[in-house]
Design a protein around this ligand. Structure first.
Ligand code: F0G
Length: 432
């Protein structure tokens, strides 16, 4: 695994985070408008004028007292960082703008990724808008939500459905990219992570540059958590923040490699020497038992996270913890997020479900200031949402019951009425 590393003493890093505020008055300049490149001084791997942007990172931090109440935090202590507002509807655009900036330096003509849907949607969009490369995407068959698949198809990506799951597609795309010399944009690509650091810069910016107590993020391929750790490591090194927040990475219970290795088997960063034997044995057992990732949160349905060791480093920097949450907890949390404002896709709600657990355990106190990252837009996975709120028991059983979800505690069910004015009025008076 490669990492981008800067010789700060030969660069011009900011002396205070407040320096970034000067960009707000220059929104006509695309690099000041971009929520990634206005922080260029903290990811200066290419000249500012060469950086690729399609307007990513116009995201917001929403205070949500309703969701705070649900998870057991005091009012005013929970903030949701809504990355669904990116051009392709997920946080991936932060990383894609950085990967495209680097790929342009290499002169690559084709870019590929394996994806549970959002990376492929983002890659396809950046290709369509910039025309810099042709997109080749690998997806597991039947494994990605329709919102995301529809984006890749609409944006014109060459879509390769591999008979298998994400972990299979990931292995193949690495082989294919190497053989054909295609630029790989999965988060093994260290430039992706540079772009994703800026999610944390925007969180700090929205909090008036104050460091929150906790950052909570869903864990799939572990690119985001790794990027967040790097962001805080560098901000500490540059003495731009007094301390790092604590980090909680939340796995789905059906895709919980990090949780098992970190919380049960004691795997640690260990000063840059995590125990390779622990990891190897874990994967060997998994293969022997033919265990496959399985969760309604298809974005994080991943058993072999490529950034595992980088994430261990982030957990080390940020005194992190890892938890797992069931599909039931994820969907209930998602319904609460939806009812409280902006909405998100299932994987994103894992962060809120994980927070609820950590508050119940007493790891997070009700007065602590917490930021959950909502990684993807509500419209990414309409099937999961409709199945949760449906009155159609067959649909519920097919989509959710089959995954062990028993209840839709917070369902907002549609009311069926005859096409009759009086009945419609009666229904509104009864339920409205
Ligand atoms: N949330 C969403 C909405 C995602 O799409 C992903 C990853 C994650 C969380 C997990 O982030 O991998 O950095 O730990 N989606 C990838 C994809 C794997 O292919 O779109 P991570």
């Amino acid at each position: 695994m490669l990492e981008v590393s800067y010789e700060w003493d030969r660069l011009a890093p900011p002396r205070s985070l407040r320096e970034f505020e000067t960009h707000w008055s220059r929104r006509g300049d695309p690099h000041s408008f971009s929520g990634v490149w206005r922080f260029h001084a903290l990811l200066p791997f290419a000249p500012r004028g060469d950086c690729v942007t399609i307007g990513e990172g116009q995201t917001l931090l929403q205070r949500s007292d309703q969701v705070a109440r649900y998870v057991g935090l005091d009012a005013g202590r929970l903030f949701l960082q809504y990355e669904g507002m990116n051009p392709s509807g997920s946080f991936k655009d932060n990383g894609m703008s950085a990967a495209f900036t680097h790929s342009r330096l290499t002169g690559a003509k084709k870019a590929a990724c394996a994806s549970t849907g959002n990376t492929s949607a983002s890659l396809a969009l950046y290709c369509a808008v910039t025309r810099l490369m042709r997109a080749v995407i690998f997806v597991g068959s039947g494994k990605i939500a329709y919102g995301k698949l529809s984006q890749a198809l609409d944006y014109g990506a060459l879509t390769v459905q591999v008979a298998g799951d994400f972990d299979d597609a990931m292995r193949r795309v690495k082989e294919v990219s190497q053989q054909l010399g295609i630029y790989l944009v999965n988060s093994v690509n260290p430039f992706r992570l540079e772009g994703q650091k800026t999610i944390m810069f925007r969180v700090l910016e929205a909090l008036g540059w104050e460091v929150p107590d906790w950052i909570i993020v869903p864990g799939g391929n572990l690119g985001n958590s790794s990027a967040f750790g790097k962001a805080f490591r560098e901000l500490l090194e540059l003495e731009l923040i007094p301390r790092a927040p604590r980090l909680a990475v939340i796995n789905a219970a059906g895709a919980d490699t990090l949780y098992n290795l970190f919380e049960h088997q004691g795997l640690r960063w260990n000063g840059g020497r995590p125990d390779p034997l622990l990891i190897r044995q874990y994967y060997e057992d998994m293969d022997r038992q033919q265990r496959r990732a399985e969760t309604i949160a298809s974005a994080i349905e991943i058993n072999r996270p490529v950034n595992l060791t980088k994430c261990l480093r982030a957990l080390d920097t940020c005194r992190g913890v890892v938890r797992e949450v069931t599909d039931q907890e994820i969907l209930d949390a998602k319904a609460q997020v939806g009812a409280g404002g902006l909405g998100c896709e299932p994987a994103s709600a894992a962060s809120v479900a994980g927070l609820k657990r950590l508050v119940a355990e007493g790891v997070i106190g009700p007065e602590e200031r917490v930021v959950c990252i909502l990684t993807g837009h509500q419209l990414k996975d309409p099937t999961a949402t409709v199945a949760y709120h449906t009155t159609d028991q067959d649909l519920f059983d097919k989509v959710l019951g089959s995954r062990g979800v028993r209840r839709a505690t917070f369902a907002n069910r549609a009311v069926s009425v005859a096409n009759d004015l009086n009945e419609i009025i009666r229904a509104i008076e009864l339920y409205g």
